[in-house]
Design a protein around this ligand. Sequence first.
Ligand SMILES: CC(C)[C@H](C(=O)O)[C@@H](O)C(=O)O
Ligand code: SF4
Length: 756
Amino acid sequence: MPAPVSGPRTLYDKIWDDHVVDVQPDGLTLLYIDRHLVHEVTSPQAFEGLRNASRPVRRPDCTLATVDHNVPTTIRKGFSSVKDFIEEPDSRAQCVALEENVKEFGLTYFGMKDRRQGIVHVIGPEQGFTLPGITCVCGDSHTSTHGAFGSLAFGIGTSEVEHVLATQTLLQKKSKNMRVTVDGTLNEGVTSKDVVLHIIGVIGTAGGTGCVVEYAGSVFRGFSMEARMSVCNMSIEAGARAGMVAPDEVTFEYLKSRPLAPKGEAWDRAEAYWRTLHSDEGAVFDKEVKIRAEDIIPTVTWGTSPQDVVPITGVVPDPSNIVDDPVRQASVQRSLEYMGLTPNVKMTDVKVDKVFIGSCTNSRIEDLRSAAKIVLAAGPDAKVAERVYAMIVPGSGVIKQQAEAEGLDVVFKRVGFDWREAGCSMCLGMNPDQLKPQERCASTSNRNFEGRQGAGGRTHLMSPAMAAAAAITGYLCDVRKFLGKEPSGGAPVIKVLNPDAFLTDPVLAPPEPEGALSTASQTSDLPSSSTPSVGLRFTVVKGIAAPIKIENVDTDMIIPKQFLKTLKRTGLGSALFFTKRKDPVTGKDTDFVLNRAPFDKSKIIVCTGENFGCGSSREHAPWSLNDFGILCVIAPSFGDIFRTNMMQNGMLPIQLPKVVCEELAVDAESGAELEVDLEQQVIRRPGGKPDVPFVVDAFRRHCLLNGLDDIGLTMQKKDKIEEFEGRRSQVWPWLDGFGYKGNKIAVAKADKKMDW
Ligand SMILES: CC(C)[C@H](C(=O)O)[C@@H](O)C(=O)O
Ligand code: SF4
């Protein structure tokens, strides 16, 4: 069992210690979860699990749901119901399922008629649902965003969503402490997005794997909450479990007037506690990275991984310059082919077809203001370049309303931007907002994976200001070209307004959930389970192993977004590695390894590249592997959420040094079978070659060997959870219930007043 940290502690240590419900001898910890955000993509199977086991949601008062990924961003005038409004049947089914689930389980829900609807990671902070010192989870990898408030916030898979709904806890292994310090003075035109892209360029997409990153230094202290959120948001792109910034005056100022922030005496108590939340002098970090602010200039990505960054003054990289690493050379070559870029071409000579300003990284009021500033600086005759389609998608209805009150919509529409309704939109394209094959997009989102914004689409990540500059010029563009220029006469005026005006309106009270089955008062009634239910077992797997020689196999690659619209866990085998296995033009099978005999019958994958399963938290990735017949993946390293998701489904991720993976890949390539024995923790190889030993956490191994299910096990800790909740009510009373008490009359009025 890891020794509890004595002496100076990090911010992460402190929040962790304050949420421990129970610790097992091997250090695995049952952690209490204060806040749970729910969206339509990763929750249907979790609610179904609750329903099948007749379990209520333990803490509806700590759960907030909304629809964001599937919603169309077209004007909602005349909106009457999701059923009538959403045309695409699978998107509609997922949104309808969430509406039914929130009613059945008694959860607070911001639907499409509610102006508080928006991207989960935008609305939580906006409403004050996200607070310093809390643990916060969501079935979504960008939950790291909420760490900007000095909370421990991380993404989880659907099985864990079910676990949190049922028990308000999670079984967690403590991550390592990492600190990224950026000190100094930022150059002109450099924003928080440039800072985080630069950091990922320095440490790589696996640089934060296994770690919780604290962002420290004068640059983050000087950032607004919006800017801190953009940085923490992309922690997941650096492989980190979570990112965080210690709370300070900027945090308190942002929170004070939010509807769900504590008020009066509760605020004073909360603030006193929050002021203790910082890393102590002398606290030890397992990993430290220091970056000079002066070294950062406006940054864009050139490739298909967020680590593929280049200053806007730079050129497209030349793979022939990579002499010592053939795997890297091949991967750069492949990315350039996909991106349709020629080595050594100036980045500013790259033409764009579309511009997307939005996503949970950059769709907040400050982002929109910074884009509008560039539009105004471009002069009275500026227009979105003729061949370019540019869209702005505010992160929430509240932001949209505030932006309109500030006149930002006028600034954008005047030059030809499309002004849309709130949602995830073209960040992922689960709704109709997508790139066509080979279209190139200047995007303020967070992922530039192949096909991310639409099959065959090409994404360049950048700041809102840079995206606005690209829209006007039609090229990737150095934003500094527009800086220092004042808007000339006749330009619309931006009036910066205080967000309070948009948040404290009494019409914000939500409806009491109709037909609610459970309420907070029912929550102590945790069904006890003396024998944990039997889940999926893993003992010995013998079979063909498919070699995959790709680095950073992200979960978008394992299963693209169009297959996430299912309400089931099964039937996803043919979706596995879809874009690799199907030719986008002919629709025919490619010669990708899993299409070729004998590998089309593989039970194991041997990957030689680092960071398998990085990116999104979609549990659909292990579900599709499982459906295909693959039960074990061997790789040099894994994305944290993916690793957990595999084990939640009775599958085994095995981490081994790269050289060993390369040797096993040779065995795999020969078409011979490998035998993975979890009991003995060895891999048996063909041709009498020596066994390869591996290690799996004792608890996880026990669960896999016996098919034990986490929820059943946690249910046995009911007394400890209740005891923790009793203490929580006394020490952190502002965390009980989050203050929305239904006011039907006010809501009815709000609906009438709403002008979509
Ligand atoms: C759908 C969801 C699981 C996913 C995530 O975890 O990130 C999505 O938000 C994304 O950005 O890819
Ligand atoms: S990354 Fe994109 S798709 Fe995922 S939650 Fe954020 S906005 Fe939505």
